[in-house]
Design a protein around this ligand. Sequence first.
Ligand SMILES: [Zn+2]
Length: 516
Amino acid sequence: MDTPAADLVLYNANILTMSPRRPTAELVAARDGEIVWVGTNDDFGLFKGRSRLINCEGKTLIPGFNDAHIHIMAYASNLLSLDCSPDSAASIPEIQDKIGQAVQRTPRGMWIKGAGYNEFYLAEHRHPNRRDLDQVAPYHPVKLTHRSLHACVLNSFGLSLAGITVETPDPPGGLIDRELGTGEPSGLLFGMNSYLNEKVIPPLSEKELRQGIKLVNRSLLSSGITSVQDATVRNSFEQWETFRKFKESGEFAPRISMVLGLHALDDFKGRGINYGYGDNGLRLGAVKFTLDETRGSLNPSQEELNDGVLRAHQAGFQVAIHAVEESTVEAAAIALENCLRRSPKGDRRHRLEHCSVCPPTLLRRLKAVKALVVTQPAFIYYSGERYLSDVPEARLPWLYRTRSFVKSGLKPAASSDCPVVPCNPLVGVYAAVTRKAEGGQILSPEQVISPEEALRMYTLAGAYASFEEQLKGSIEAGKLADMVLLSADPSGVAPERIKDIQVEKTIVGGEVVWER
Ligand SMILES: [Zn+2]
């Protein structure tokens, strides 16, 4: 057989290809960003002297990780904010300390932003409130964002800039927490993050944006992530242009698939931009719907959801519905059933993002409409302890299911929802394989999957979720040369060690873009 010329050869590797045709190999060669040869060390002589050679010293090479649901801009802004995550601030005084220090170096009247706090893991087991923040920052507006991104706390200065007073009614889909007795806002706000970011807080400056993107790029590449799917419902043509700029300048190496909000659909269509438009660096993905339940009612309503989903489907788009609670998962199933009844044509691989609580009947209905699930195994690790304490026992077996999704053919793809939790895919693989929370508690052990299945969720299944499985997700000739070299084999080490595996090299399009 003829061997093609190559510009990069990785050999002496334990290659897990994710391709059923040839599950393992030792050598892979790439040219012009594409894989051209997958074989054994015996093929080494074919390429010697003609290309860059990397001896992998027996380490494990897998397809680059694909994080099927993250929020790039929110992550950038998180990385520029004070780190108030549980590892970094364990109590309200520790958060106050961080804000107090920022006050010293920030001109009066300028926003101070903190991110990543989680009241469950704070010593006080409660959300901070405006008074806690006022104590250290009376003359600066402060916004402290919850790790879930669905809640935040403003101090009094921040509330006044946002125009939120005792008289302000709860906005649609949002909730203003109030002090008992006075009815004054406590500072804690639910479901209002997007509103605040769009209308109240000044956008990142050009310099901040560039700095944030640089930090996100480094974080993703050092985690072995070569493709991301940005799942931000606010995304519009303007966001597309921002991503395009950072792709063209080479400042952001991972490939991006970007969802858009329904509000932006007509704008994209008007510009002649349809589903899948773009190139291997930046591609337009699904129309995203965020479905939640505030105080017992669905937002948007079932009718609005049905209409929106049908509209996006008929416009030729995949849809991605954020659904966490059982009621919202059911509403998403109803919308997809309605959509396929009215317009049965076309395999659109409609997605459920999170699908956190999924009882057996709903799982069957999702299967019947050929829905695909994008789940977050790392939530088990980072929030498992909280789930065990807050989620009713009867629902626990249906919470963040993995094995049931894999076995039922819902083709689950994995993601971090970063910045909701850190983006390291190996923590997700660990959690999917062990179902263990950070403190060692085990959630629904019957939901464990094998390391191979977990790796597939982070690679090939991710590519499938954005209709790109012909391009990437496995190490096969003809696919993009996106790979990651790991210090150990996740399917070969004791499960306990998976989360400690290091990324040694990250390769995008045949270029080593990060190494340890
Ligand atoms: Zn998300």
